[in-house]
Design a protein around this ligand. Structure first.
Ligand SMILES: [Zn+2]
Length: 392
């Protein structure tokens, strides 16, 4: 995330650069780490533009692309996704934006995420170790969310490593963050992003701000994108296009709407820019989104009623009404099976927040019906008990 810089600081900086620049321009033009403007790689640029990223100042490094100030995406992941031409356009969009189902962390990998605080973090003026401990605890405290953390003593045992941005163990692109508080890597291969880089200049003015920064960066490592990435990117067009394939090509990393969260949430932990004294806690939508991706305890859905409606002389439309206990899952799959079979012959999947689902044109006869609840990535499922009905 980026720091909101006062205008006078920017003016002062400009003056300093201008004055020094008269002596040796090259010194001030050369970047601290080798990168090129992302626009030089048309394929990558167009692709990420289609994903809705704000590519202002986007940079292409040896192994990463930096977008939106603090978000590093592994180059091999993007290239692979482009190759696969993978589509996931079924999901819509909202303020709680997440990457595609295949790019989030595997359900089984969010329990006891091992993290290590590198020695480089200690010398940063603010209490960042305290902020890391608090923020990881805050993630654990989201009710009904499976995400939990475990601090380990060695980097080799860690899933996520926290570094100061001066540490040479970081990828070159993640060092010397400049105007950002911190930066993080997206998930890859079903694992959380492997590093979080913290600005050793400690731009934060309060401990609450440092904790906010870490809560936000952990969100990135778990697959959360920035709040409201629509701005200026025509992303809305890309993601609501009814043409097949959508006008802007395939959706790979994704900026997917989670049904049930609003179209705008300015109080989300994932807003990209905030002041140095700002503290942000998880909004209710952040919490709901976290449960949708990584649910903890959840119960089997129960079919409360099956109602038949005339469809044709030989078929009926069947309305299936469900009840669930306490935690709503992100998806519900309704199935029709031959009696005592485990193989469905008809399936519909819903992400609505309602409790009524349909199977259309069900042939006359005796059938089992079943509802299964699933999380966003469909790697956590809970089938309900089958209910047998004769359609006639
Ligand atoms: Zn961010």
């Amino acid at each position: 995330m980026k720091k909101r810089t006062s205008l006078w600081i920017m003016v002062l900086s400009a003056l300093i650069i201008f004055r020094c620049g008269t002596e040796d321009d090259e010194r001030y033009i050369a970047p601290q780490q080798p990168y090129v403007d992302l626009a030089q790689d048309t394929e990558l640029y167009d692709y990420l533009d289609c994903q809705g990223f704000d590519l202002t100042d986007a940079k292409l490094y040896d192994e990463h692309v930096l977008v939106e100030g603090d978000l590093y995406i592994r180059l091999d992941v993007i290239r692979k996704k482009i190759e696969e031409g993978k589509q996931d356009i079924s999901a819509g969009r909202t303020s709680q934006f997440v990457v595609n189902t295949g790019s989030v962390v595997d359900f089984n990998n969010v329990l006891n995420i091992d993290y290590f605080i590198d020695n480089s973090v200690g010398p940063i003026p603010g209490d960042w170790e305290g902020a890391i401990d608090a923020a990881t605890q805050d993630w654990e405290d989201i009710s009904s969310c499976r995400v939990s953390f475990n601090e380990v003593a060695t980097a080799g045992a860690a899933d996520i490593i926290f570094y100061a941005d001066n540490d040479t163990a970081l990828p070159a692109c993640a060092r010397n963050l400049g105007g950002a508080y911190a930066a993080a890597e997206f998930p890859a291969d079903g694992q959380p992003g492997s590093w979080i880089s913290i600005n050793d200049a400690d731009p934060s003015a309060t401990q609450g701000n440092r904790e906010t920064v870490i809560r936000h960066e952990i969100g990135h490592t778990l697959g959360f994108r920035h709040d409201d990435p629509i701005n200026g990117n025509d992303e809305l067009v890309n993601y609501t296009s009814t043409t097949t394939p959508p006008a802007c090509g395939n959706d790979v990393l994704g900026a997917n709407k989670l049904v049930g969260t609003p179209t705008s949430d300015g109080s989300s932990i994932m807003i990209p820019v905030f002041g140095t004294s700002t503290t942000i806690d998880f909004s209710s939508n952040d919490e709901e989104a976290s449960i949708y991706l990584y649910p903890a305890g959840y119960s089997a859905p129960v079919i409360s009623s099956l109602t038949q409606y005339y469809a044709s002389p030989t078929t009926k439309d069947v309305k299936v009404t469900m009840s669930y206990q306490s935690v709503r899952m992100y998806r519900y799959r309704v199935e029709r099976l031959p009696p005592w079979s485990s193989t469905p012959v008809q399936t519909n999947e819903y992400t609505t927040t309602g409790s009524t689902f349909w199977l259309y044109d069900v042939p006359h006869g005796t059938w089992d019906f079943r509802i299964t609840s699933l999380n966003y990535a469909r790697d956590a499922t809970m089938p309900g008990i089958k209910k047998q009905v004769t359609i006639q």
